[in-house]
Design a protein around this ligand. Structure first.
Ligand SMILES: Nc1nc2c(c(=O)[nH]1)N[C@H]1C(S)=C(S)[C@@H](COP(=O)(O)O)O[C@H]1N2
Ligand SMILES: [Mo]
Length: 309
């Protein structure tokens, strides 16, 4: 039987009678959600000091703290949407060290506290579109990836930026199962990484990033599908060759290197034309580059758009 990647939009594969049942269930779920939101949790956790308003802020209602922190993809803690919130408490994020190496002047490491001191933090409210056709609006706290890359002092051979998540099957029980090849790895082309939109996030809603969202530091590239936004980073490497990336290793026909949000290029198993904004009932149209085309479309001039999924 051919391998079926676990990234599945269930409404697109469920047979019709079951789907109708699901819709009834969803109506019940919506009623439950209303009750839940009547006393919805306020943002919690340690407040990050000195956060300035940032350059990019979409004028759309942010997704609730509850939804952003309980509906997650973080397969190191299980493949269910509630698994990361349930199990990521085991992750130890202090002390935490990130290694910088590859095509740079001299390899070095930095502790998370020093990273927080070295880079001024700003808030950016970004749209976030998962390849599974759901989306959120998230008020991140972080700093531009470009600032960190400048500090790495790239050599002239540095063409790509590779990212690696922590490898620790004691703290990350999902890594005991071969759901993906571990550790999770992702990468950007150097000009994508240097684009002002590329963010290293350390917080949410003005608070320290919850573990389930990729503490203590994760990438956010809002014009790309969510899987590019790799969590809990321990290593950043500049390379000359295009690095391997987790989802393209897993299912190369379904997930490419660029992973730019494109409503016109369907996933082989479902449409990417629309998305469900978490918290909304009706679907909305997905925008090219997730609405960030004016900032990033120039990066892909001359490349076949179908090759950019
Ligand atoms: N290490 C790691 N990073 C990851 C993932 C993962 O499973 N492991 N899932 C990706 C996917 S598919 C999405 S949609 C986003 C989800 O981020 P969020 O839970 O903060 O919304 O994280 C991405 N980064
Ligand atoms: Mo995703």
């Amino acid at each position: 039987m051919p391998y079926r990647a676990p990234h599945i939009a269930s409404s697109d594969i469920t047979p019709e009678p079951l789907y109708l049942k699901r819709r009834e269930l969803m109506a019940l779920g919506a009623a439950a959600a209303l009750t839940r939101h009547a006393h919805a949790a306020e943002p919690s956790g340690e407040v990050l000091p000195g956060v300035k308003p940032g350059a990019f802020k979409v004028d759309e209602k942010p997704t609730s703290w509850d939804d952003v922190t309980t509906y997650n993809n973080f397969y190191e803690f299980g493949t269910g949407k509630s698994d990361p919130a349930e199990y990521a408490g085991k992750l130890t994020t202090r002390p935490w060290t990130v290694a910088f190496d590859g095509e740079i002047k001299k390899p070095f490491t930095m502790g998370i506290e020093d990273i927080l001191k070295a880079f001024p933090l700003e808030e950016r409210v970004y749209r976030f579109r998962c390849v599974e056709a759901w989306s959120m609006v998230i008020p991140w706290v972080g700093f531009p990836l470009a600032d960190l890359i400048k500090r790495m002092e790239p050599t002239s051979k540095a063409k790509f930026v590779a990212f690696e998540t922590l490898s620790n099957s004691v703290q990350m029980p999902g890594q005991r199962r071969p759901v993906l090849e571990w550790p999770y790895v992702e990468a950007l082309r150097m000009d994508e990484a240097m684009n002002p939109l590329s963010l290293l996030a350390v917080g949410l809603y003005g608070r320290v990033l919850p573990n389930q969202n990729g503490a203590p530091i994760r990438l956010v590239t809002p014009w790309k599908y969510g899987f590019k936004s790799i969590k809990s980073l321990v290593k950043i490497t500049l390379t000359e060759q295009q690095p391997r990336t987790t989802w393209s290793i897993m299912a190369s026909k379904e997930y490419g290197f660029y992973a730019n949000v494109n409503p016109e290029v369907d996933h082989p198993r479902w449409s990417q034309a629309k998305e469900r904004r978490i918290g909304d009932f009706f679907k909305r149209k997905t925008l090219p580059f997730n609405g960030y085309g004016e900032h990033v479309a120039h990066l892909y001039k001359g490349l076949d758009p179908a090759a950019l999924y």
